[in-house]
Design a protein around this ligand. Structure first.
Ligand code: ZN
Length: 173
């Protein structure tokens, strides 16, 4: 397995509307393993393909590890939200592409999502609490949307400036 480089905001690849996955081949399975490894290494609870430069509709997540200690890795290919609850929930979100920055975001508390696995088999399941927030955050990435896009413009600009500085400092190091 190979650790992938996680793109840092602002990056045009993080603003792209991703293409559906059509080839369910060995490369896809291998890529999803690399994404999981990269996510656990970061560490994070979710990672979308565009965050590692692949402009395809695929994400990985595992929200179980933090709470219960038993990993529950999930790979969602071509995920689609099919239902959202009216009840909403606020979580403090962060993002591996926006390191060190956190903010409260309000989203539906529960969602139903359908997706395909790496072999192309269809699945559908409801997600609640942190899993629901995570899957919505990651699906947003596939449409070029970041959690900071839900914040007030001033706060968003402040975070973006911090990330620009971080990238400049990294490039110089
Ligand atoms: Zn993210």
């Amino acid at each position: 397995m190979t650790l992938k480089t996680i793109l840092i905001h602002p990056d045009p690849r993080l603003k792209k509307h991703c293409d559906p996955v059509t080839d369910f081949d060995r490369d896809l399975a291998r890529f999803s393993d690399d994404m999981l490894e990269t996510m656990y290494d970061a560490p994070g609870v979710g990672l979308a393909a565009p965050q590692v430069g692949l402009i395809k509709r695929m994400l990985v997540m595992d929200c179980a590890k933090e709470a219960e200690g038993t990993p529950e890795p999930m790979v969602l290919v071509n995920p689609e939200v099919t239902w959202t609850s009216e009840e909403r929930n606020v979580y403090e979100e962060g993002c591996l592409s926006i390191p060190g920055q956190y903010a409260e975001v309000e989203r539906p508390k529960m969602v139903r999502v359908k997706w395909q696995d790496v072999e192309g088999k269809a699945h559908e399941q409801e997600f609640d609490e942190l899993w629901a927030t995570c899957v919505q955050h990651e699906i947003d990435h596939l449409d070029g949307v970041l959690f900071i896009d839900y914040l007030k413009p001033l706060k968003r600009q402040m975070i973006t400036r911090k990330m620009q500085k971080l990238k400049r400092d990294k490039a110089r190091a």
